[in-house]
Write a protein that binds this ligand. Sequence first.
Ligand SMILES: Nc1nc2c(c(=O)[nH]1)N[C@H]1C(S)=C(S)[C@@H](COP(=O)(O)O)O[C@H]1N2
Ligand SMILES: [Mo]
Length: 323
Amino acid sequence: MPFVHKKNIWSIKDNLITSESIFEKRREILKKIGASYLILPGSFLFPYSAQASTKSLYPPPINEFYKVNRDLTNESYATTYTNFYEFGSNKNIWRKAAKLQTKPWSLSIEGLVNNPLKIDVNDLIKKIGGIEERVYRFRCVEAWSMTVPWAGFPLSKIISLVEPKSDAKFVKFETFYDPEVAPGQKQKWYPWPYQEAITIEEAKTDLSFMATGIYGKELPNQNGAPLRLVLPWKYGFKSIKSIVKISFVNERPIGMWERIAPNEYGFWANVNPNVPHPRWSQATEQLLGLDGRIPTMIYNGYAEQVSSLYKNLESKLKEQLFK
Ligand SMILES: Nc1nc2c(c(=O)[nH]1)N[C@H]1C(S)=C(S)[C@@H](COP(=O)(O)O)O[C@H]1N2
Ligand SMILES: [Mo]
C-alpha cells in the first residue's frame, strides 16, 4: 500500500519453510475417507449437523471446482507476512493481532434488506449450513501473490438470507474499530474503520467468498479472524478483514485506500497486468516462496467467471476498472 513495502519476500529465508507435505497428506487422507465430494462451482456445503461444534468444522470438505494449477504457498508465509494496518505496518503485526478477541463476534447485516440480522459469526455459519474449502490465487496490488486454501462460504449465502431490496446496489463492509486493541488505529490520519465495497452483482458471483479459515484451520487473527472477504480477481486490499458490519446501500461507498490515495487505488481494483500502478508495473508478480517472478493474469486468472460483470462497463462509467 502507499506507505510501506510489506511482505519483503526477497528477505524470507529458506529455513522459514515448514513442511507443506503434512498439509498435503492430510488432504489425501480426507479424500480417501470421502470427505470431499461434488465438483460444482455453486454452493457445496457440508451439512451442519455433521459439524456439531465449531471445532469440528475444520478441516472442511474441499470444493474441487476451485483448484489452482500451482503449489500452495507455504502456510508460514501466508500467516506471518500479512497486511493488517489496524495493528501497524511492519512484519511483526501477526504477533500484535493476537490481542484481538474474536469469540464471541457479533456481525450486523443491515441497510436496504428485508431481513436485517445481528448474529454471532458461529451462529451465522450454522444458519448458512457450514463451510467448505477452496484454493484461490491471491494478488496484492504491491505485486506479491500467494496460493491459499480458504475455508468459508460464498457471500451469496448471506444475500439469500437477508434479501436485499431492489434499490440496494452496493454491499459495504466494515472492520472493527478498537484502538485499545489495535494500535494502528491510534494513527488518526487514517480514515478508520477500514471499509470496502463491491456491487451487488459482484457480491452474487460465486467467487466472492467469506472466509472463516485458512489451511484447514480457523483463521489466525492476522489473516482477518473471525470473518473476512476474499475476492481473488481483485487486488488484495478489497479483501477486507475482521468484518463487524455488512450494509446494503444505494450509493457507492468509498474504500479506505481510495479515500487516502484515489489516484492510486480505486473502487474496482480488478487485476490487470496491462494497467500499471502509477508507481510500478503490474505485469508480473512475486509469488511468495518462489524465486523469480511470474506473469500476472487478467482478473488474476478468473476472467472466465467474472469478465461478463464488466462488459461495456468501462465505456459506460468512463472510469478505470483496474485500479
Ligand atoms: N481490515 C483490514 N483488511 C485488510 C487489510 C488491512 O490492513 N486491514 N489489508 C488488505 C491488504 S492490502 C491485503 S493484500 C490483504 C492481505 O491479506 P493477508 O494478510 O491475509 O495476506 O488484506 C486486505 N484486508
Ligand atoms: Mo495489499
